[in-house]
Design a protein around this ligand. Structure first.
Ligand code: URA
Length: 247
């Protein structure tokens, strides 16, 4: 992505944008060997060689935005003291160091994002942004209207009451029910604990949506790169500026 030279200097921690402008005007900055003294120029910080006073600044790492359909039996951490498989074992050919955006339990399946974009990860996981996560929960027993109303209104958990949730009963048969549950919080084992609290323990849990993105038909264990449109949607849904504004 092309960005203004002074922003590339600021992003690399060389100087504030204003100080970077001064460096440029005073002829101390070279791009691909040529001195640049005008302020309108744009660069690609991943590929262009930018030097200040003859010293090259480190090239920016390519930003990666990956959606994984996490299967059960993987931990959502980069390493596991018990030696269990981690979600990173499922990513082939990703050279950049990416991190999971939030967590899914060992037994939970579904949509997990991984990225090396720190500010976006922060925005997607910070409680104040209230990003929506949608789950399919197969539960034991068939919750009646009263139990569903409790789930929707918020239940009391050991770490405090949950915020209102969107809940739909999708299917009920043979003593089990399939619920769609949308929440805006991200507490540990929250959906499992919510269902437990109304007396209907979870038998199977998967996440279908996160921050406005949908898992779609991505097979279990497979990953794909997000489109620019999807990254834009995540930014919009977290109140971050779009890539274009940040140049
Ligand atoms: N809620 C849970 O209980 N588990 C998850 O993995 C995610 C949400």
């Amino acid at each position: 992505m092309l960005i203004r030279l002074q922003k590339a200097l600021a992003d690399a921690g060389v100087a504030s944008r204003r100080a970077g402008e001064k460096l440029i005007i005073s002829g101390r900055v070279r791009v691909n060997g040529l001195v640049v003294t005008c302020l309108g120029g744009k660069v690609d910080p991943r590929t262009d060689t930018i030097e200040v006073d003859g010293k090259a600044i480190e090239k920016a790492e390519r930003k990666r935005y990956i959606m994984l359909n996490k299967p059960a039996g993987y931990v959502t951490t980069v390493s596991d003291p018990q030696g269990r498989k981690t979600v990173l074992d499922l990513l082939a050919g990703v050279e950049e160091r990416v991190y999971p955006v939030g967590r899914l339990d060992y037994d939970t399946e579904g949509l997990l994002l991984l990225t090396n974009d720190g500010p976006l990860t922060f925005a997607l996981t910070h409680p104040s942004r209230g990003v929506e996560k949608r789950y399919l929960a197969l539960v034991e027993g068939i919750p009646g209207d009263e139990a569903l109303a409790r789930l929707k209104a918020g239940v009391i958990l050991a770490d405090g009451p949950t915020a209102p949730a969107r809940v739909r009963l999708l299917r009920a048969k043979e003593g089990q029910a399939l619920l769609e549950i949308a929440i805006h919080e991200g507490r540990t084992r929250q959906v499992r604990r919510m269902c437990e609290a109304i007396g209907h323990p979870v038998l199977h849990l998967s996440r279908t949506h996160f921050g406005g993105l949908s898992l779609g038909k991505l097979p279990a264990g497979r990953s794909r790169e997000l489109s620019e449109k999807e990254v834009g949607l995540l930014r919009k849904n977290t109140g971050l500026n779009t890539g274009r504004e940040s140049t």
